[in-house]
Ligand binder design. Structure first.
Ligand code: 13P
Length: 253
């Protein structure tokens, strides 16, 4: 069975003290992960080392970076390279969050470079995709999101793409409190899996985890995650409140 994943994305929130308190509250909460379930915490760069030591020895829990640069190294003041992340033991990295695409003009081609660098350093990219409201309203969402996969991922070999996690995050549902319905999420996830199957075959497609993101919270996680092609969630606002995120974790299949 595919990995079922609850991923927290803190975005640009929490000081070190606030973040460690939050993580401690979550880690000390009463939940059990099955062998098939994983937790990811996408944490701001300055706290990656501290928080990694907090989860050391914990099964199925990983710290993720929220971004990386698309060049190997060099004169890119203020940027963080994939090999830097690898050198501090990071195993997961968000790539192509819609906020990065919108505010930092990240293109599908740049994201393909990031994906390549991550995989070369044995870091699993959590590749984010999703359409705006105007694309959804025009009815072209399947084609648009399929193309994001095509342009950023489909140069990969079967072996490489098997180490990618996909997160479908419709932009109109991010931070708006307006979640996609479980049926809308399932419809897109099934579409993406069929696009993956056409390119890589059913075995590969059926093993890739596809997370849903966009206003996931304790109260709606279990329903959305119960859909057959939804393999957990990438959670923003609700991941900043321990009790909410623990409810999300408990909603995993
Ligand atoms: P919200 O859960 O706050 O809608 O954010 C979703 C998201 O962007 C996670 O990456």
């Amino acid at each position: 069975m595919r990995k079922q994943i609850a991923a927290a994305n803190w975005k640009m929130n929490k000081t070190l003290t606030e973040g460690t308190t939050l993580l401690n509250e979550i880690l000390s909460a009463d939940f059990n992960l099955t062998e098939n379930q994983e937790l990811l915490f996408a944490i701001p760069f300055p706290y990656l080392i501290n928080t990694s030591s907090m989860i050391e020895g914990k099964e199925n829990m990983f710290i993720a970076a929220q971004n990386c640069h698309h060049k190997v190294s060099g004169a890119y003041t203020g940027e963080v390279s994939v090999s830097m992340l690898s050198s501090i033991g990071i195993k997961y990295c968000l790539v192509g969050h819609s906020e990065r695409r919108e505010y930092f003009a990240e293109s599908n081609q740049t994201l393909a470079e990031k994906v390549n660098l991550c995989l070369a350093e044995n870091i699993k990219p959590v590749f984010c995709c999703g359409e705006s409201l105007s694309i959804r309203d025009s009815g072209n969402q399947n084609e648009y999101v399929g193309n994001q996969l095509n342009e950023s991922l489909f140069h990969l070999s079967e072996e490489k793409i098997s180490n990618v996690i996909i997160a479908y995050e419709p932009i109109w549902a991010i931070g708006t409190g307006r979640t996609a319905s479980a049926e809308q999420a399932q419809e897109m996830h099934a579409h993406l899996r069929s696009v993956l199957a056409t390119k890589y075959g059913n075995d590969v497609a059926n093993n890739i985890s596809i997370l849903y993101g966009g206003s996931v919270k304790g109260a709606n996680a279990a329903e959305i995650f119960s859909m057959p092609d939804v393999d957990g969630g990438l959670v923003g606002g609700a991941s900043l409140v321990a009790g909410e995120f623990v409810q999300v974790i408990k909603g995993l299949k």
